[in-house]
Ligand binder design. Structure first.
Ligand code: NAD
Length: 485
């Protein structure tokens, strides 16, 4: 393992080795081979990063929002110059096809541009008062040190969704990189230095969640924690941060319903269902994993959906539709769950390892299941894999009832030609994002994203709503005394 590249922490504008001397191995998801050694950080490394971020806070938060926006614009421009390097790193670390990695980088640049522009706005409101000659206004102020914790499924997008709103609001950042996407976090850190961001404003801690992530959450000098990841880890974070009343934003899991009505365009619905369930190898919080089809079109849709699923190309080459799962642990988890199923439930996909380019690595073929009891493990669990379950319904009311039969509430989609049905569904379904005649995913940098139920804690990022996560609101009032004039 001596030849593997070492990915260190990034503290105060420089690389820093882990204090414990521990290194974790990151494996290539396509080949299963080791690809890098990653700093196995602990609370000592986290404390060093937080201290640096705290020291940088006064200067950074004293820049005007417009000046901070200029730094962000410079970062966006540097990302544009290095887009190929960034996309290659995303593709290699996650195993996603090159065109998907490139699209993700473009989305991250757009995110930087969006929040750079907020430097010229960062609006508050003016308020009226019951007292004559009193004026009142609401002003945004930085909170302090932001601890950002991200997963690896869309790694550069996940980082961008958090770091840019955190920075434009005047916070300094300690990012806990995803252990399966360490390189992209490191490239972003180097890039911020090269774009001229002052040292200490953006720091990266590598390592696993239980050690590095937990230490960041527990650190008393971290003022706001923004976490994207599983609901189970989100619960732990809320408990620990809640103890010291740190602000917490949680963007968690989903078990998202996709409804196909009898008046839908079936080919379009099958296309969007396949994209929602299988793109990014199903590793999306917004993936469609429960597909409800009206009885009269169930057979036709099932055939079109299975045909689409079977046509998808697995692999890491340009033009492939989906790559492998991110790591061995996740792969073995999915294999175990699918291994328990009866063949009667399998419409297509499953555990067979063909074609030959997917014999190694962590590949799962696009898999469609049916006739699963609603108390089954798969019906309830978020698998984070290219696996979708088909169910039927009689009436739109039943479809909504079934769609809402989950503790999650992240996204939902309906396919129908009826505007009344679509609007009615959009009002009734319990989800933070509702899409009509498209997929269950597809949010953009200016659109607030987040969920009901156990999909989050009520915050929304990104969009303008992210500014509320990363700023304190101060109400300032003044009495102008006309008798003094
Ligand atoms: P995960 O919860 O296991 O890990 C996410 C991050 O949290 C990683 O960086 C990990 O190291 C860290 N972590 C783990 N334990 C921790 C702890 N005790 N304290 C602090 N940090 C800890 O999730 P994952 O498997 O990497 O990602 C998949 C999950 O993320 C899915 O549930 C998916 O739905 C969710 N997700 C949600 C969104 C959203 O916007 N709602 C977006 C992408 C992914």
């Amino acid at each position: 393992m001596g030849d593997l590249i070492k990915i260190r922490n990034w503290i105060a504008g420089k690389e820093a080795s882990p204090s414990s001397g521990l290194w974790l191995t990151k494996f290539n998801p396509h080949s299963g081979e080791p690809m890098s050694e990653v700093a196995g950080s602990n609370s000592v490394d986290v404390a060093a990063a937080v201290q640096v971020a705290r020291s940088a806070f006064d200067d950074w938060s004293s820049f005007t929002p417009l000046q901070r926006g200029q730094f962000l614009a410079d970062i966006a421009s540097k990302m544009g110059e290095r887009r190929d390097i960034l996309a290659a790193c995303v593709a290699e670390e996650t195993g996603k096809p090159p065109q998907d990695a490139a699209a993700e980088v473009s989305g991250a640049i757009l995110q930087a541009d969006f929040f750079a522009g907020e430097g010229m706005r960062l609006y508050g409101r003016t308020l009226t008062s019951s007292m004559p000659h009193k004026s009142s206004r609401l002003q945004r102020e930085a909170i302090g040190v932001a601890g950002l914790i991200v997963p690896s499924n869309t790694p550069i997008a996940n980082i961008a969704w958090k770091m840019f709103p955190a920075l434009i609001c005047g916070n300094t950042v300690v990012l806990k990189a995803a252990e399966d996407a360490p390189g992209i976090a490191h490239l972003m850190a180097e890039l911020t230095r090269d774009a001229g961001l002052p040292d200490g404003v953006f720091n990266v801690i590598q390592g696993d969640g239980g050690s590095a992530g937990a230490a960041l959450v527990a650190h008393p000098d971290v003022d706001v924690i923004s976490f994207t990841g599983s609901t189970s880890v989100g619960r732990k974070i809320a408990t620990i941060a809640g103890e010291r009343l740190a602000r917490v934003s949680l963007e968690l899991g989903g078990k998202n319903p996709f409804i196909v009505c009898d008046d839908a365009n079936i080919d379009e619905a099958a296309k969007w269902a396949a994209l929602s369930a299988f793109s990014n190898a199903g590793q999306r919080c917004a993936a469609a994993s429960r597909i409800y089809v009206q009885k009269s079109v169930y057979g036709t849709f099932k055939e079109a959906f299975a045909k689409k699923a079977n046509s998808l190309k697995l692999g890491i080459d340009e033009g492939c539709d989906l790559g492998p799962l991110i790591n061995k642990r996740q792969y073995e988890f999915v294999v175990e769950i699918l291994g328990k199923l009866s063949s009667e439930n399998l419409v297509c996909g499953g555990l067979e390892r063909t074609p030959s380019n997917i014999r190694s690595g962590y590949y799962i073929r696009p898999t469609i299941l049916e006739s699963l009891p609603t108390d089954s493990e798969i019906h309830k669990l978020e698998l984070f894999a290219p696996v979708a379950c088909l169910y039927s319904f009689d009436t739109p009311e039943e479809a909504v009832e079934k769609a809402n039969d989950t503790d999650y509430g992240l996204t939902a989609a309906i396919h129908t030609a009826s505007i009344d049905r679509a609007e009615w569904f959009a009002r009734k379904v319990r989800a933070g994002v509702v899409n009509i005649n498209i997929g269950t995913y597809g949010s953009e940098p200016h659109m607030p994203f987040g969920g009901f139920g156990v999909s989050g804690n009520g915050t929304r990022e990104p969009g303008l709503e992210a500014l509320d996560v990363y700023s304190e609101l101060k109400n300032i009032s003044v009495l102008s005394r006309p008798f003094l004039i």
